[in-house]
Ligand binder design. Structure first.
Ligand SMILES: Cc1ncc(COP(=O)(O)O)c(C=O)c1O
Length: 446
């Protein structure tokens, strides 16, 4: 039986009364905007996580495809990570001064990040990318940073750029993402076209001003299985033009392979940034890179030294949780095979269904990272992504939620090692049925 959007909405309203109460109360108190529920199709507040599932304030259980915005690669409350947190807490969880807990995770990062001759810890992915930009500027003495259309590198002012849709595909121009971003920073940003050789010409042309070319290992907004070819060419062009090359592994690190995008695509940058998986579910950021470049972090007295530091950087609780999670991944390489197979099975089944029913939608995935696009045809960069079927897209996510599948409002979705055959099969069924419902209600503009 197909269901309409109105039916799905009514069902959700009836079963999420506690979430709605919280939603109304918090509107009077918490103005956390985008960062709150990231435009979920319907507000739900999560009470509990367990493996591949989360439970909301009303006791509804969902298969979770957010897994903490990609970080719980082992699933929620994994026993090994939980034990590490429990073992650390009686000893104290925060000292400010460096603790005995940092070395284990630093060694694991060195083993899982091909460019990592040195490691610096901080507290979020945003902080890691901010420091990478500062290190590149300090080291090179140049000030411009090149980023790619469709990127996300965190919430600091240096990365708050969208592509002006009116600008040429070969020469994208940045627009600030909201107010409060100084115009002067726009002049320090060079936007490059993603997966487009015009980027190489722009790098050559701006080589004398460019401190760093910075790119996600795989764009989470646009997970392309063949992202590696472009990365390798970029690395080469940067090398030839004496421009530092950085890979943002905040999402891809320890996810698309133990060695992240660097291992998966055989590319080694000068510097890489981490977050998410590395903290075992607690707040974390890290920067890894070539020893001579990373030397700038050793203090202001160092050659071209930059400032770095932070009250919570490298705190023992995060370090222990991170070492437990990353150590477990290292000891269980079969997890990557499972993530890969399950991601491909899910995307394969959804795409086959769309073709069979002529539904203009497709799923892109790189292993366990996936993203639905509501359009047909090739999608090379986010410049190709349209909003033609936005009603269908919104209705699809509402149906999924009503059927017990939580896709984050960012629509950047993930599987974890806790998503087994049962969960993958259920995801396939829910995605297919929800696509069909939307199609039969004629919400696609055909
Ligand atoms: C590629 C990438 N870089 C940086 C960040 C920022 O990380 P955080 O949210 O921990 O600040 C994110 C967050 O999703 C990300 O996807």
């Amino acid at each position: 039986m197909t269901a309409t959007v109105a039916e799905a909405r009514a069902e959700l309203l009836a079963k999420t009364t506690a979430s709605q109460r919280i939603s109304e109360d918090r509107a009077e108190l918490l103005n956390s905007g985008l960062a709150a529920n990231l435009e979920m199709p319907h507000p739900v507040f999560i009470q509990q996580g367990e493996g591949a599932y989360v439970v909301d304030a009303d006791g509804n259980r969902y298969i979770d495809t957010s897994v903490g915005f990609g970080l719980h690669i082992l699933g929620h409350v994994h026993p090994v990570v939980r034990q590490a947190i429990e073992d650390r807490t009686p000893l104290g969880w925060m000292f400010g001064i460096h603790s005995t807990s940092q070395m284990k995770l630093a060694h694991l990062l060195q083993e899982g990040s091909p460019c990592a001759e040195r490691v610096v810890f901080c507290n979020t992915g945003s902080e890691a990318t901010m420091y990478a930009f500062r290190a590149a500027r300090g080291y090179s003495g140049k000030e411009k940073i090149a980023l790619f259309d469709g990127f996300y590198h965190g919430a600091h002012d240096y990365g708050m750029w969208l592509t002006d849709p009116r600008s040429p595909v070969d020469a994208p121009q940045p627009l600030p993402m909201g107010h409060g971003i100084p115009q002067a920073l726009r002049d320090l940003t060079l936007l490059l076209p993603y997966r487009n050789p015009a980027a190489f010409d722009l790098i050559r042309r701006h080589r004398d001003e460019l401190a760093l070319v910075f790119v996600e290992g795989v764009q989470s907004s646009n997970p392309q299985p063949d992202a590696g070819e472009f990365l390798r060419e970029l690395a080469q062009v940067c090398r030839e033009n004496d421009v530092l090359f950085g890979i943002d592994e905040v999402i891809t690190g320890f996810r698309v392979a133990f060695g992240g995008a660097q291992q998966r695509f055989s590319v080694t940058p000068d510097i890489a940034t981490y977050g998410k998986v590395v903290g075992g579910g607690l707040p974390v950021g890290a920067i890894t890179g070539r020893a001579d470049l990373m030397n700038v972090f050793t203090g202001l007295a160092a050659d071209r030294g930059v400032f770095s530091g932070g009250t919570f950087s490298g705190n023992p609780l995060t370090m222990e949780a991170g070492a437990a999670a990353v150590g477990y991944l290292q000891a269980h390489p079969e997890i990557y095979e499972q993530l890969e197979n399950n991601g491909n099975r899910l995307a394969g089944a959804v795409n086959e269904f769309c073709l069979k029913h002529q539904i203009p939608a497709q799923m892109k995935n790189v292993g366990s990272m996936f993203h639905m696009f509501f359009q047909r045809g090739e999608i090379n960069s986010m410049r190709d992504a349209g909003a033609e079927h936005i009603d269908a897209e919104k209705a699809f996510y509402l149906h999924c939620l009503n059927r017990g599948v939580l896709v984050p409002g960012t629509q950047r979705a993930f599987l974890s090692a806790a998503h087994g055959d049962t969960e993958v099969q259920r995801l396939i069924e829910v995605f297919q049925q929800s696509l069909l419902d939307v199609y039969e209600e004629q919400l696609f503009k055909l």
